[in-house]
Design a protein around this ligand. Structure first.
Ligand SMILES: NC(=O)C1=CN([C@@H]2O[C@H](COP(=O)(O)OP(=O)(O)OC[C@H]3O[C@@H](n4cnc5c(N)ncnc54)[C@H](O)[C@@H]3O)[C@@H](O)[C@H]2O)C=CC1
Ligand SMILES: O=C(O)CCC(=O)N[C@@H](CCC(=O)O)C(=O)O
Length: 490
């Protein structure tokens, strides 16, 4: 099977690069094949987006929204089909991919509201004329997506970019090309003019060709900190280009005094193991009190974790966790666990790679208290939760902040005073109290500090990086001011 998978200037074309395959990580079968876009094809996509920009940006926002809302309608009509494609390509259970499609649909109304509220037009009267703030699109922007939310996260860049009047070249993760192809087919059906959204598929070299293209005005990226940093270096010396980076985290969750142990365990599990730990917001480090209360909580957490259902995305009785994205990702989690053990950590529930050549792993919990000060500050992007026992709340907060990342953080405690104390001291872009630290709202800004981003928060604030402000002072007719500057005579 080979696909005409690249969508350039409104045409589906075959790639002229090398072979790329997509593999169902639960069944280990190739489900999609094509040839990647060559750098000449990347260039064609950028040229198409450039040529489409004047007409698209000169349309009114309401005219653009007619097409964008049609896309939302089509997502609704095809929601089951899309949820199944996402599940097949990522291994995520269908209950979860259905919520991903729901988030994609919800993104359109939220982005419309954000466009007006954050980048709309503001008029202020002046003694002579008025001051007006407007916003304009940047031009051609590249959108890079990750594999863990192959629909929702690129959509979170594409929709606000298009509303603002930009044209787009979309480079999805090479692990989820089939999802990207289906979504762009829906955009085509929605009636997007040729060249407004272009899709190029491929691996790192395709990404490099796009990111380094001289004729893009910006790049919106969601992915790993490693890649984000490479892009940041590449953009050095280009102050005129906008770069928005949404990257990883090494997120802490602290548990203090809680009465309802099961409720706390629920929020921990939901924070650490949803999407098989493959969310940038997932809890990686869990701080538990080193006392009898902490022992009870930990014992219950281990019990519940051992009973988490892991299974096929399409199983009739849906599992909580599906397969990870690939057998390589699963193997990577095993070696991360092994590395921590060799440093002196203690396994509490072993993460196991249960089916060879698939992405299936069981969730793991590892006590790293003994090596807490020597642990690598790395994001292990899978279901392995590191437990640190603490005696002093200040120490736990200091330790939680001892990371170069700063995406999400949380406190489970029945005390509002504890939360106020925590909130004032913790350093992260998403800080939750008595709720899981995953499942961020699209109606709020979404981004982190440190190595988690570059201060261009996405979700509700994505509108900000999709347009630049234009400040004007205006008067209908050239008018001599009634009060003149000293020294002027008329
Ligand atoms: N903060 C956030 O909003 C989110 C962050 N993430 C992070 O994403 C990561 C998982 O996603 P992945 O797909 O593995 O990320 P990744 O960094 O491997 O890939 C992301 C995109 O960049 C492209 N790419 C990779 N190397 C490149 C290079 N040198 N030049 C240009 N393009 C390149 C890839 O092909 C892909 O399209 C995790 O670290 C996770 O924390 C995931 C979701 C949300
Ligand atoms: O981008 C948005 O609209 C909100 C952010 C969001 O949905 N975050 C999700 C997934 C991001 C990830 O962790 O990969 C979450 O917080 O669970």
């Amino acid at each position: 099977m080979t696909n005409s998978t690249h969508f350039i200037n409104g045409q589906w074309i075959a790639g002229s690069g090398h072979d790329i395959n997509s593999i169902d990580p639960a069944k280990n079968v190739v489900i999609w094949s094509a040839k990647s876009a060559s750098s000449a094809q990347v260039n064609e996509a950028v040229v198409a987006a450039r040529n489409a920009f004047p007409a698209w940006s000169l349309m009114t926002v309401d005219e653009r929204l007619v097409i964008i809302k049609k896309f939302a309608e089509l997502l609704g009509e095809h929601k089951t089909e899309l949820a199944k494609i996402i599940a097949k390509e990522t291994g995520k259970p269908e209950w979860e991919t259905a919520t991903e499609v729901g988030a994609m649909i919800g993104k359109i109304a939220i982005s419309e509201k954000a466009y007006h509220e954050r980048t709309g037009t503001v008029e202020n009267a002046m003694p002579l004329g008025q001051a007006i703030i407007r916003h304009k699109p940047h031009g051609v922007v590249a959108v890079f997506g990750p594999y863990n939310f192959p629909g929702h996260l690129p959509n979170g860049h594409i929709v606000p970019a298009l509303i603002a009047g930009n044209t787009v070249v979309f480079k999805p993760s090479d692990l989820t090309p089939m999802v990207a192809e289906f979504i762009v087919q829906l955009w085509e059906k929605a009636g997007l003019p040729n060249g407004v959204l272009n899709l190029i598929q491929g691996q790192v070299e395709t990404g490099k060709a796009l990111a380094s293209h001289a004729n893009i005005d910006g790049l919106f990226f969601t992915g790993s900190s490693r890649t984000g940093k490479i892009l940041h270096e590449q953009f050095a010396g280009h102050p005129g280009k906008i770069l928005a980076l949404e990257m990883g985290g090494n997120n802490p969750l602290i548990v203090k005094d809680v009465a309802d142990v099961d409720a706390a365990v629920h929020d921990i599990v939901q924070s650490a193991f949803v999407t098989s730990g493959q969310r940038c917001t997932c809890a990686r480090r869990l701080f538990i009190q080193d006392n009898a209360q902490g022992d009870v909580l930990l014992a219950r957490l281990l019990e519940v974790t051992k009973n988490i259902q892991v299974g096929h995305y399409d199983a009739e009785e849906q599992p909580f966790m599906g397969a990870m994205i690939s057998s390589a990702a699963a193997a990577g989690m095993l070696s991360a666990q092994q590395q921590l053990l060799s440093l002196g950590a203690t396994s509490l529930v072993a993460l196991e790679h249960t089916e060879k050549d698939t992405g299936f792993v069981t969730p793991g919990i590892i006590d790293v208290t003994a090596i807490a000060n020597d642990m690598p500050d790395e994001e292990h992007f899978g279901p392995l939760l590191k437990v640190i026992r603490y005696t002093n709340f200040d120490d736990a907060i200091a330790h939680a902040n001892n990371t170069s990342f700063g995406l999400s953080a949380g406190l489970l405690s029945d005390s509002k005073a504890d939360y106020d104390y925590f909130l004032a001291r913790i350093r992260a872009g998403i800080v939750n109290w008595n709720r899981p630290i995953t499942g961020a709202s699209s109606a709020a800004p979404f981004g982190g500090i440190g190595e988690s981003g570059n201060h261009r928060a996405s979700a509700y604030y994505a509108a900000d990086y999709c347009a630049y402000p234009v400040a004007s002072v205006e008067l209908d007719v050239v008018t001599l001011p009634s009060s003149l500057s000293p020294g002027l005579k008329f």
